[in-house]
Design a protein around this ligand. Sequence first.
Ligand code: BTN
Length: 253
Amino acid sequence: MIRWPAEAVWEAVAPLLPGFTVEVLPEIDSSNTELMRRARAGRNEPVLLVAERQTAGRGRLGRAWHGEPGDSLTFSLGLPLAPPDWAGLSLAVGVSVAESLHPRTRLKWPNDLWVDDRKLAGILIETASFGGGGPARQAVIGIGVNIAPPLGSLSTPAISLQELEAGLDAGAALLRIAEPLVRNLQLFEQHGFAPFQARFQARDALRDRAVTLSDGTAGTAHGVTEDGSLLVHTAAGMQAISSSEVSVRPASS
Ligand code: BTN
């Protein structure tokens, strides 16, 4: 059984987010799906939902996200946000989680967390409108962190937090991530991605590396712009890549 520091998370976050609650569910299809269901039903209270087990965990680009209880931390934070510009939100979340987890964590654009080119954590962000036409939307920020090495082999090389820091469990990781994440979301709501640009660059896993875009275009990554687009120098010149449907990967050669 996992011991969750629900009260400590609540104590750290509630002063920043009035009405905030922490919930731990033994099993759910997906913590993101659950908070999106609630948002569509008009529930927009700030909540952090930990799923001990997800039966239909979701990753970016329609992929599945698998994790066994204890071996991975899977949770979603739902809160209303009204930034002047949403561009770069997923990168800002990546910066926050990377800074909280481990000094060696790097960011693989747009928001995968890597250590030594192996995936430590992934982020899936969705938003739902409130209706009524105001600027605020309910943001659902789903985070999955590998805590212990997986038993089976994975298609993507993965790394777990316990390989970096023996003894760290899912609850301790959650406690590290939650409060800075809320503070950084509030910073993003005020100022957008700009305050995160240099912080992203400091952890950019792709900088100056050969990359291939999903349409086959080859180039070299040159960091991110003020709105979080990835700059790639290609044969056709510098391109700013903003679509999350574009996959960027280190070239094989
Ligand atoms: C990715 O790397 O593709 C994103 C993975 C996001 C996984 C987390 S686990 C908690 C939350 N609930 C989900 O179904 N997905 C996110």
